[in-house]
Design a protein around this ligand. Structure first.
Ligand code: FAD
Length: 378
């Protein structure tokens, strides 16, 4: 049986980056992916992701976001690719809302470069947005757009070149911990490793019973609209945005193809019991409901999307990840809760620190499994 220092189960963005970083550091690494190396059911699929530092989720993430930003920039420098488009991101909402409080606190605490706009200024700067009189906007100058599939491809390519053995179309069925090794079983094949890091996204709910009850799988729809040339949605002019108004949450990204812009609404839909229950396509009623919400927030969009898709991510009840040992040789890194892509470099680094029991680069207290223990539990 082939033995590795570290096995990574699940080659999404975090898993692929862990494989790269460990292989480049000289560890023998195996990476396992149940599907093809790149695939549309992974949580990274859908062309683009927002990167924000002025964070409505609160300042506790800003150190990890600044670290991640440096690493995304380093990836572009090293690869010559354009994974990170430094386009800025606008957070928009009522000044008194919890979301804008998180943004303003992040900006103040870390002196983040930004531009603040009142309602009238928003309509001048960002005429694409409707009905902004009662809102403020913070344009996060460190924000931008990430190209997720390209990032995963680059991480896997670099991992392979550094000597990692990556096995795609290899669904891991069991992770069995022994006294000094872990057995990884996929069909009738098996491998062993001194440490295993599980980065299997929504599928972690089935694979790791110790955290299963802490995870909710939520579908997330995406829609692509044609854009009216009168309203410029191009990168360079239109920053990505997130906006909360009247209990609704809408986000949009600048046009990457000069023809469409991608948007979404809501924070993830009602949970489904397992990943296999995700439909292949977005149903008509959800397309229409989402399109109506999004077009209520934006000028210059076709009233109906020309493309839509349905994805999923795995959430915890406090929307923070779980990055912790489930047992002495098995680290679980999951539950990025719909906002994890931008933090891939930080979560990969944190996962390696936990697995190898190194001094952690980030405070990991909020990401431990035992934070969910009920008062009175032993
Ligand atoms: C539609 C959508 C929009 C989003 N927008 C943003 C955004 O704008 N900004 C942001 O920061 N974040 C965003 N997110 C969140 C972010 O994309 C996710 O949190 C992140 O990509 C999750 O990564 P993951 O590695 O946990 O999962 P995945 O990317 O799904 O990776 C897990 C991998 O493990 C594999 N796997 C599973 N089980 C096994 C097994 N048994 N054996 C082998 N392999 C296995 C899977 O096939 C998969 O490839 C969004 C998410 C979605 C779905």
């Amino acid at each position: 049986m082939t033995n590795f220092d570290v096995a990574v189960v699940g080659l999404g963005a975090v898993g692929s980056l862990i494989a790269r970083d460990l292989a480049e550091a000289g560890y023998s690494v195996a990476g396992f992916e149940r599907a093809t190396a790149l695939h549309p059911t992974a949580a990274y699929a859908g062309d683009s992701r927002l990167f924000r530092v002025a964070y409505h989720e609160g300042p506790e993430y800003v150190d990890a976001l600044l670290y991640s930003r440096q690493e995304w920039s380093r990836l572009d420098r090293m690869s010559g690719a354009n994974v990170f488009l430094r386009n800025g991101v606008a957070s928009i909402g009522a000044e008194s809302s919890d979301e804008m409080r998180g943004v303003l606190d992040s900006v103040d605490e870390f002196s983040l470069p930004h531009t603040r706009l009142n309602g009238d200024e928003i309509s001048t700067w960002l005429p694409q947005l409707k009905d902004t009189a009662d809102d403020i906007a913070i344009i996060d100058e460190l924000g931008g757009v990430l190209r997720p599939e390209l990032a995963v491809w680059l991480f896997q390519d670099a991992a392979r070149r550094a000597g990692a053995a990556l096995f795609d179309r290899t669904p891991v069925d069991a992770i069995e911990e022994g006294p000094d090794r872990v057995r990884i079983v996929a069909g009738d094949e098996e491998w062993s490793a001194s440490q295993v890091i599980v980065t299997s996204g929504v599928w972690t709910k089935d694979l790791v019973p110790a955290v299963s009850s802490l995870l909710d799988i939520r579908p997330i729809p995406l829609l692509w609209f044609l854009t009216d040339p009168e309203y410029d949605f191009s990168t360079g002019t239109f920053p990505g945005f997130i906006r909360d108004k009247n209990g609704q949450h809408v986000y949009g990204l600048p046009s990457l193809d000069g023809m469409t812009m991608k948007a979404g609404s809501g924070h993830g839909r009602e949970p489904i019991d397992n990943a296999a229950l995700l439909p292949d396509r977005l149903d008509q009623a959800t397309v229409e409901e989402s399109a109506e919400t999004i077009c209520g927030f934006l000028n210059g969009l076709s009233s109906y999307p020309i493309r839509s898709s349905i994805h999923m991510d795995v959430y915890t009840s406090d929307s923070r990840p779980i990055i912790d040992k489930a047992s002495p040789r098995v680290t679980v890194s999951t539950g990025y809760s719909g906002h994890g892509f931008k933090l891939t470099p930080a979560w990969a680094r944190a996962s390696i620190d936990v697995a190898l029991e190194r001094e952690p680069r980030f405070s990991l207290h909020n990401y431990r499994i035992d934070r969910f223990a009920k008062v009175g539990d032993a």
